[in-house]
Design a protein around this ligand. Structure first.
Ligand SMILES: C[S@@+](CC[C@H](N)C(=O)[O-])C[C@H]1O[C@@H](n2cnc3c(N)ncnc32)[C@H](O)[C@@H]1O
Length: 248
């Protein structure tokens, strides 16, 4: 699919609903990982790509100040209902002004998506890592995961998941030359007895582990590579990173 053919909708109302209902496990596990790794100094936790506020709810419930950032208005609406004590901003993770933070999170391939209208190349990602480093308190952490090349392998991958009032099918194709991926998502949602079909195509840039580690180190972080959040392991070619800012 060429960029011109890419549907413009990104986490519209129905895909937002399905994500929130069926795919929040990483956010829950990551929230506990943040709590385990938080520095002693109190400051905000910023959740980039916060979706429906699952992580924000868990952390603001522990008395932490949480700022959630997302591109999707329907997901932010869910987040505001779920975590009324947190603050939410509709903006790109890469462009938003970051407050002084004890932790910055980007859980669920947030740094892979190419949907904020500006090409996400290596230089932009490296500049973003520097910005996160500047915002963190000494000892602060940047916790995230990112899809790497070979996420799909040689052929197209298809799958299917369902809940009580939704079904979702996906078809993922990787361009091995460009290190990009297109995930076609077709969701059916039952509203007042009638099934509604929605389709979106999500485009990602895949980041090799060696590039991410080198870019984080260049930004000033020490880096730990993770294979999961807590007891929840990552699927193949999804890689976790806990990047820590040095103590002063
Ligand atoms: C796979 S979902 C993960 C959501 C949530 N963090 C979780 O773990 O359940 C990816 C989220 O990132 C958001 N997103 C993608 N690119 C973004 C960007 N540049 N700025 C802000 N949010 C972004 C999407 O709207 C979506 O909510």
């Amino acid at each position: 699919m060429t960029p011109a053919e890419t549907p413009t909708q990104f986490y519209g109302a129905d895909i937002a609903y399905v994500h929130d209902a069926g795919f929040s496990d990483f956010a829950r596990a990551a929230a506990d990982e943040v709590l385990r790794r938080m520095p002693a100094e109190k400051a905000a936790v910023v959740d980039l790509g916060c979706a429906g506020g699952v992580l924000a709810e868990r952390l603001s419930g522990r008395g932490l100040e949480v700022v959630g950032v997302d591109l999707s208005a329907p997901l932010l609406e869910l987040a505001r209902q779920r975590a009324p004590d947190a603050r939410f901003v509709q903006a790109s993770a890469f462009e938003v002004d970051l407050p002084r933070a004890a932790a910055v999170c980007a859980i669920g391939e947030v740094i892979n998506y190419q949907h904020d209208g500006t090409d996400l190349g290596p230089d932009r990602l490296t500049g973003f890592f520097r910005k996160v480093h500047d915002a963190l308190v000494p000892g602060g952490i940047f916790l995230f995961d990112a899809a790497a090349p070979l996420r799909v392998g040689k052929s197209v991958r298809r799958g299917w998941t369902e809940g009580e009032d939704w079904h979702v099918a996906f078809e993922v194709a990787e361009d091995r030359d460009a290190d990009t991926l297109a995930r076609r998502v077709v969701a059916f949602r039952r509203i007042e007895g009638i099934w509604r079909r929605t389709e979106e195509t999500h485009r990602q840039r895949l980041w090799p582990r060696s590039f991410v580690v080198a870019a984080l180190k260049e930004a000033g972080f020490t880096v730990e590579v993770l294979t999961g959040y807590g007891d929840l392991p990552f699927p193949g070619s999804l890689i976790g990173y806990c990047a820590t800012k040095a103590h002063a």
